[in-house]
Design a protein around this ligand. Structure first.
Ligand SMILES: Cc1cc2nc3c(=O)[nH]c(=O)nc-3n(C[C@H](O)[C@H](O)[C@H](O)COP(=O)(O)OP(=O)(O)OC[C@H]3O[C@@H](n4cnc5c(N)ncnc54)[C@H](O)[C@@H]3O)c2cc1C
Length: 238
């Protein structure tokens, strides 16, 4: 929406091209509980359990009977889940810093000088959720703790990209809420959305969405519903 190319004369040194547009930004800390509330409203039952084998999920149906179909969405755990063990799923580690500072707009650039697995973006979370400074895209890195030197590079890049973030006060002007690390469930060939019969149970896979799991979720879930309908229609014919 309101997409425009920024004229060359307005670009800073070292920037070849830039665009500006309005878009949607999800505050996932609010969005996920909202989705749970929508499911509850629709009559969905929730049960928590850890499964070693994907087919074990069939025994967790609220009716007490074995489920006819399992929708498998374990993200990165698809690499280790028995019955699946998809070794092409790896983490793409993303480190962030959450700050209280308000940049006034969101920014993302195509690359930075700190290495191919580091990126620079500034995202404001809706409803007082603070501002996320990113980031990194470190393939195969399972480290769950924040790396302080990477955090410093993230903050330096953010204030360089957007000096108004701290009103020109540099990194010292950042008001840090917390440091974060997330592991994107990256799959070499892209997300896997297909049905497969495993040990006599239909499993619909929906995993491996890397860094686009939220934005692709509506489209992916439509395909999952279609596949589930196919499985249930086949069962009804038997
Ligand atoms: C820094 C960062 C920035 C990102 N930015 C964006 C963005 O801008 N846009 C976007 O769309 N996406 C973004 N993502 C990616 C997004 O977060 C993921 O694609 C998404 O969370 C994947 O969702 P999922 O449900 O497939 O997997 P997950 O959220 O990992 O959920 C997997 C679930 O499976 C459960 N599970 C695993 N193993 C078992 C087991 N053995 N038994 C029972 N349950 C199990 C887990 O408990 C968990 O609930 C970003 C990620 C990071 C880290």
């Amino acid at each position: 929406m309101q997409f425009r190319e920024i004229p060359k004369a307005e670009l800073g040194e070292g920037i070849d091209s830039a665009t500006a547009f309005t878009s949607v930004c999800i505050n996932t800390a609010i969005y996920l509980p909202y989705l749970v509330s929508q499911c509850l409203k629709a009559g969905v039952s929730f049960r928590r359990a850890i499964f070693n084998h994907i087919c074990d999920a069939a025994t967790a149906h609220v009716s007490g009977q074995k489920a006819h179909v399992i929708v498998h969405c374990t993200g990165l755990a698809a690499a280790k889940m028995k019955g699946v063990e998809d070794k092409t799923v790896i983490p793409a580690r993303g480190q962030t810093v959450l700050v209280r500072n308000d940049p006034g707009a969101m920014y993302s650039i195509s690359g930075c000088d700190d290495g191919e697995d580091e990126v620079a973006y500034i995202m404001m979370r809706a409803a007082g959720g603070g501002t996320i400074l990113g980031g990194s895209y470190q393939k195969g890195n399972w480290e769950s703790q924040s790396d302080p030197s990477l955090a410093m590079r993230i903050m330096k890049r953010a204030v360089e990209l957007c000096p108004q973030l701290t009103s020109g006060g540099g990194v010292e002007g950042l008001d840090i809420i917390r440091h974060g690390v997330g592991l994107r469930p990256l799959r070499a060939a892209g997300a896997r959305i297909e049905k497969e019969k495993i040990d006599g149970v239909w499993v619909i896979h929906n995993y491996g969405h890397g860094g686009y799991g939220y934005q692709s979720s509506y489209g992916c879930s439509q395909v999952v519903v279609q596949l589930a309908d196919e499985v249930l229609a086949e069962k009804a014919r038997l």
